[in-house]
Write a protein that binds this ligand. Structure first.
Ligand SMILES: Cc1ncc(COP(=O)(O)OP(=O)(O)O)c(N)n1
Ligand SMILES: Cc1nc(C(=O)O)sc1CCOP(=O)(O)O
Ligand SMILES: [Mg+2]
Length: 222
C-alpha cells in the first residue's frame, strides 16, 4: 500500500498538474513519456487506457503496473481511470469515474480511503459527486478536445466560477483542451489545477511542456 496520506491540502496540491495518459495517446514509448513528465514535475498521474488501439487484458495490466511503479518511486500519486478492479489489483492510489461508469457511491465503498475522483459537467453533477464521497471533481470539457471520442460540448470557464459561487469548495481540476496558453485562466476561474492529455503526451519534449504548464498554473494562482 502506498504511504500517501490524503487531506484537502494534499489533494489540492496533487491537482495542480494532473497528467492523464494511455498508450494510444502518445507517439513515443508510453513509459518514456511518463518518465519525462515526472521529471518535468507533474503532481498526479491517471492511467487511462481506453479508445481506439488501447491495450487490453494482460498488456493493459502490465503497463499499468509498470507505470504505478514508476510513479511510486517518484512520489507521484497514481490513479486508474474507470477500472476499479485494476486499481485494487495493482494497489493504485485512487480511481477516477465519470457519470457513465460504476456509480461513485459504490466505488467509494470498494476503494475505502483511496482517492476518488468524479467527473462533473455542471453544479448538479458536482453536488451529487460530493454526496457520493468524491475527494475531487474533474470539470469539463472546458475547451474543445479531440482526445475524448464522446466528449460533450465545451462549457467554457464560467462553469468553474458558477461552482465556486454556489459554495462548492471541493478540490476541482479542469479538463479538456487545456494548454499552457489557457491553464492560468482555468485557475483564475476557480480550479485548483489542470488535467491534461495531449499538451504533454504529444509534446516534442514532455518535460519542457510540463514545466511550461506548471509556470502557467503558478501564474494563475498569484
Ligand atoms: C480528472 C478527470 N476528469 C474527468 C475525466 C473524464 O472521465 P469520464 O467522463 O468518465 O470519461 P473517460 O475519461 O472515462 O473517457 C477524467 N478521466 N479525469
Ligand atoms: C479524458 C477527458 N475527459 C474530459 C471531460 O470533459 O470529461 S475531456 C478529456 C480529454 C482531455 O484531453 P486533452 O487534454 O487532450 O484535451
Ligand atoms: Mg470514465
Amino acid at each position: 500500500m502506498s504511504d500517501l496520506v490524503w487531506n484537502e491540502t494534499a489533494i489540492r496540491r496533487a491537482m495542480q498538474l494532473y497528467f492523464i495518459m494511455g498508450s494510444n495517446n502518445c507517439s513515443k514509448a508510453p513509459l518514456h513519456v511518463l518518465n519525462e513528465a515526472i521529471e518535468g514535475g507533474i503532481t498526479m498521474f491517471q492511467f487511462r487506457e481506453k479508445g481506439s488501439g488501447a491495450l487490453k487484458g494482460d498488456g493493459k495490466t502490465k503497463l499499468a503496473y509498470q507505470m504505478r511503479e514508476m510513479c511510486r518511486r517518484h512520489g507521484v500519486p497514481f490513479i486508474v481511470n474507470d477500472d476499479v478492479d485494476l486499481a485494487l489489483a495493482i494497489d493504485a492510489d485512487g480511481v477516477h469515474v465519470g457519470q457513465k461508469d460504476e456509480a461513485a457511491a459504490a466505488v467509494r465503498l470498494r476503494i475505502g480511503s483511496r482517492l476518488l475522483g468524479v467527473s462533473a459537467y455542471n453544479r448538479e453533477e458536482a453536488e451529487a459527486a460530493i454526496r457520493c464521497g468524491a475527494d475531487y471533481v474533474g470539470v469539463g470539457p472546458l475547451f474543445a478536445t479531440k482526445t475524448k471520442e464522446d466528449a460533450k460540448a465545451a462549457s467554457g470557464l464560467h462553469v468553474l466560477a458558477e461552482l465556486r459561487e454556489a459554495g462548492i469548495t471541493i478540490p476541482i481540476v479542469g479538463i479538456g483542451g487545456i494548454t499552457a496558453a489557457n491553464a492560468g485562466e482555468v485557475i483564475r476561474f476557480g480550479a485548483d489545477g489542470v488535467s491534461v492529455i495531449t499538451a504533454i503526451s504529444l509534446a516534442e519534449q514532455p518535460a519542457a511542456a510540463v514545466r511550461e504548464l506548471r509556470q502557467a498554473v503558478l501564474a494563475g494562482k498569484s
